[in-house]
Each structure stands twice: as structure tokens, then as C-alpha cells.
Design a protein around this ligand. Structure first.
Ligand SMILES: [Zn+2]
Length: 355
């Protein structure tokens, strides 16, 4: 999903997801709701900034913060260090607790009567013009956001804190496995609560939470299985490629093989000018069979240097269909997610066997 940068703070790019922009456009003609959402998402942004500042404190790079209709995402890859993960995860909910206290103190100092949590849950709504409603709303909003994020459901903040606590005394993968299982139970609980309250939004978040933890666990397992394996070892060296001038018909008859899906398309000097995915053949007609391969090659190809570290490259490699591996300017092979899974499976069998 594309996202658009709106501004930069502490060197971190703040972006709006396209679905979030559409969402805001939908409520543009309802000014009270629009105003309310701007407040909610400012609080969400501050929450993500607290995570990010803690990460930056530990010299962990923060790529960006993306706002989506179901919340904010700070793109931070915390290394496998329980102490750092604990503090980076805690920083977000901590910001909500600080603001909860600040709005409480502000209301007391200004002699504004505060409304209770039941008022908030009954959908009292924040009235920007009424000090009591505004301060109560902001106070409870922070309380609810902080408390919700502290639920020990991985991959929520509370689940990450829980995993970090486990990881102080056990293997990281094992700790994640336990946190993900607990997270699934919590997600089911949240979904049931959402259904009982008739709140579909909460149900959607619960469904997302139910699956997100498992995905992260799988990536972690692959990462651990591939520990010490270089990109050079994983790259499939013997691959077929095709010259740009070759007609499609000839490619199908003489070059394409069943166990290779992507083909680098090269110019006369042997330089790769694009990639041909066998799936493109589905869209071709009989009239196209005499046309050269260059007409169908996709130009924007993904490449990676063979010297990149596996743990840094993994999420990139798993998110691309096909990546060419380059060493000293030469292609030495290619990597697909399927290939990574195969090598990871083989490595873990080998490790279990102790060989
Ligand atoms: Zn958070």
C-alpha cells in the first residue's frame, strides 16, 4: 500500500497510508468527527514517536511512522536484545499514561469537572467546545489507548514486553512462540468483546492481531535457521536468461523450463535490462508470439549485493518475488522466497541432526 509523507520530525518521516487518506476524505464533511479523528491520530502519532525516540536512543534506525485507519506503525527493527525491546515497547504506552496524568492534573487545576470511564465507553464523544467533555475525552482516550496496547497480545506492545520478559530467561524463538500463542488467545478475547459491544472496528483489529504474530514468528524462525548462511550460499547459481531480441515463441520453445519462473532479459553486451515472469505469458495473444522479449520484460528489477548480511536482507528478500544477487558487478544467481524457505528448512534439519 502506498503512503505519502506529510512532514519530518527528529529525522523521521511521518507518512499517511493511502487508506487513511481516503478514510479522512470520507469524514471531511462531518467537522466534529473530523476534528475528533485529528485529535485521536495526534495521540497515536505521539505514542509512535515515543517508541521511535527510545529506539533512536539505542541507535536503532527508525525508517518512518505510518498512520493507517487501524493505528500507527513505527518501522523499527529492534535487535534481539530483551532489554532494548522491553524499553522500546514500553515507551509508547508510557506516553499515553503521561498524557492521561497531564489531562487529569489540567482538569483539576482549571476546576473542570471530569466525566467517568463509563461516559467514555457509552460513546459520549469529545465535544471540542465543552472543556469538561474535551479534557475527560482526551484523558480517557489516552488511558484506553495505553491500556489496550499493554494487553499481553503479541505483536501489540504488551505482547512484545511479555516476550522480552520471557527472553531474559529463554531462547528468543521459544519466547516468541509462547507470546504468539498467548497473543492469539487475547485476540480471540478482543474479537468476542468487539462482537458483544457491536464494535466492528475492534473485531477487524482482533483479526489482524490474530494473524500478525504468527507471521512475525515465521520470519524469526527463518532468520534463526539461516544464521551464518551467506546470500552467496542461498543464491540459485544455474539459471537461464534470454537475449532481448529473442521472439517470445522461441523463448517458450527453447529457453523456458518448468522449475524457473523468472528470466533475466539481457542486451547484446550481456547486461540485464529487465525481468520476464512466466506468468506474463497468460496475458499474451497469438499475435504477440513473434515480438521480442524486450517488449515484455519488466524494467524495475530487485538486486542485492552478495555481501549483504542475511539478517538485514531477510525481510526485503521475503517481500520480493525474485531478487538478483550481484557480486563485483556480476550476477551470481537469484533468490526467491521459496528458495529461502527451502534452505531454512534444510538448515534446521541439519542443525537438529547435529551435522
Ligand atoms: Zn505502541
Amino acid at each position: 500500500m502506498p503512503s505519502y509523507k506529510i512532514f519530518k520530525v527528529f529525522g523521521i518521516s511521518i507518512e499517511l497510508d493511502i487508506t487513511f487518506i481516503l478514510f479522512l476524505l470520507l469524514v471531511l464533511f462531518d467537522p466534529p468527527l473530523f476534528g475528533f479523528l485529528i485529535i485521536v491520530f495526534s495521540i497515536v502519532l505521539i505514542h509512535e514517536l515515543f517508541h521511535s525516540l527510545m529506539a533512536l536512543h539505542y541507535k536503532i534506525p527508525v525508517q518512518k511512522i505510518t498512520l493507517t485507519p487501524i493505528g500507527g506503525i513505527a518501522s523499527i527493527e529492534v535487535p534481539e536484545d530483551p532489554k532494548k525491546e522491553y524499553l522500546v515497547s514500553l515507551a509508547g504506552p508510557f506516553s499515553n499514561m503521561i498524557f492521561f496524568a497531564l489531562f487529569f492534573l489540567a482538569a483539576n487545576a482549571l476546576n473542570v469537572p471530569l466525566k467517568g470511564l463509563t461516559w467514555y465507553f457509552q460513546g459520549g464523544g469529545i465535544d471540542l467546545m465543552d472543556p469538561s467533555s474535551l479534557l475527560s475525552g482526551l484523558m480517557w482516550l489516552n488511558f484506553v489507548l495505553g491500556a489496550f496496547n499493554l494487553l499481553p497480545g503479541f505483536p501489540m506492545d504488551g505482547g512484545r514486553i511479555f516476550r522480552a520478559v520471557l527472553a531474559f530467561r529463554m531462547d528468543y524463538v521459544k519466547a516468541t512462540q509462547i507470546a504468539v500463542n498467548v497473543g492469539k488467545v487475547i485476540a480471540v478475547g478482543i474479537a468476542l468483546w468487539g462482537l458483544a459491544m457491536g464494535n466492528l472496528f475492534t473485531v477487524v483489529i482482533a483479526i489482524f492481531l490474530f494473524f500478525a504474530g504468527g507471521q512475525e514468528l515465521q520470519i524469526l524462525r527463518i532468520k534463526h535457521a539461516l544464521f551464518g548462511v551467506s546470500l552467496r550460499d542461498v543464491a540459485i547459481p544455474d539459471y537461464r536468461h534470454v537475449a532481448e531480441s529473442v521472439p517470445v515463441r522461441e523463448f517458450v520453445q527453447n529457453v523456458a523450463v518448468a522449475d524457473q519462473r523468472y528470466y533475466p532479459v539481457t542486451d547484446a553486451s550481456g547486461k540485464v535490462i529487465g525481468i520476464f515472469d512466466v506468468e506474463y505469458l497468460r496475458g499474451l495473444r497469438v499475435a504477440d508470439e513473434g515480438r521480442p522479449m524486450r517488449d515484455f520484460a519488466r524494467g524495475n528489477m530487485d538486486v542485492i549485493d552478495a555481501s549483504a548480511r542475511m539478517e538485514d536482507a531477510l525481510s526485503f528478500l521475503l517481500s520480493r518475488d525474485f531478487v538478483l544477487v550481484i557480486e563485483a558487478g556480476r550476477i551470481i544467481g537469484y533468490i526467491t522466497p521459496g528458495r529461502l524457505l527451502d534452505v531454512a528448512r534444510y538448515q534446521s534439519i541439519r542443525r537438529t541432526a547435529g551435522m
